[in-house]
Design a protein. Structure first.
Length: 231
């Protein structure tokens, strides 16, 4: 497709019609971003069933394979719903030191297999970083309330960017938390803008880490269930 667009520069609009399953959704998200970066107008269409051939089967009353939602999209929506129910504490410490301490607790819980507690700490990290970002935007009169920041978090999540290991994601989270130390003295509106965006990046890593962790837990539970059935 990219070669075709290169050979025919008059083509300036693309409609992505990939399969409605995990692989198709990932590729669709990736190409949408790639084409958008190149300035090419891009849209995405999803079939009602697993792919467009299955849609035709269904139209003629034939058996059709159902669509498959991306597991990370389902978890994304679950965590967003949980996040929306958390009452933000305006007095909560959102400093780099406090966020680092929470990350240490996450890693400690993971080391001892306390996955539920690790997830709770990640959600606390996420909530604090989103609250801090919204606070900075509010002080700049950007009109971005907490709900809007959370919506940006959801809309900015891309499955193809979250395929690595949980440890790698936590390392990236640690790096971004450490970057907050560079904002000890906020002098200009530009500084506050960059600080708000940095908090959003911290939140995005927390969000992705929580999704990876929950996927790991679900796989472990499935594996244990299959083992019990075999025994």
């Amino acid at each position: 497709m990219l070669k075709m667009l290169e050979l025919h520069p008059n083509l300036d609009r693309v409609v992505l019609c990939l399969d409605h399953d995990e692989a198709g959704i990932e590729v669709s998200e990736k190409y949408f971003d790639l084409l958008s970066e190149k300035g090419i107008q891009c849209e995405r269409e999803l079939s009602e069933y697993k792919d467009w051939n299955e849609d035709i089967h269904a139209q003629y009353g034939l058996p059709a394979l159902p669509a498959e939602e991306h597991p990370q999209h389902l978890l994304r929506d679950t965590f967003c719903a949980e996040l929306a129910q958390i009452t933000p504490d305006a007095r909560a410490d959102c400093s780099a030191n406090e966020l680092s301490a929470l990350l240490v607790r996450v890693r400690d819980h993971l080391h001892w297999g306390r996955f539920s507690q690790a997830e709770d700490c990640l959600l606390e990290l996420l909530s604090r970083s989103m609250t801090a970002a919204a606070r900075e935007y509010r002080q700049m009169d950007h009109g971005l309330e907490l709900a809007a920041v959370q919506t940006r978090l959801r809309d900015g999540f891309k499955t193809y960017e979250n395929r690595g290991q949980l440890k790698t994601r936590l390392d990236l989270l640690e790096t971004d938390i450490m970057s907050l130390r560079g904002f000890n003295q906020i002098l200009t509106a530009s500084d506050k803008q960059r600080l708000a965006e940095q908090y959003e990046r911290v939140g995005a890593h927390c969000f992705k880490a929580a999704i990876l962790l929950e996927q790991h837990v679900q796989k472990q539970e499935l594996k244990q269930g299959l083992t019990m059935k075999m025994n």
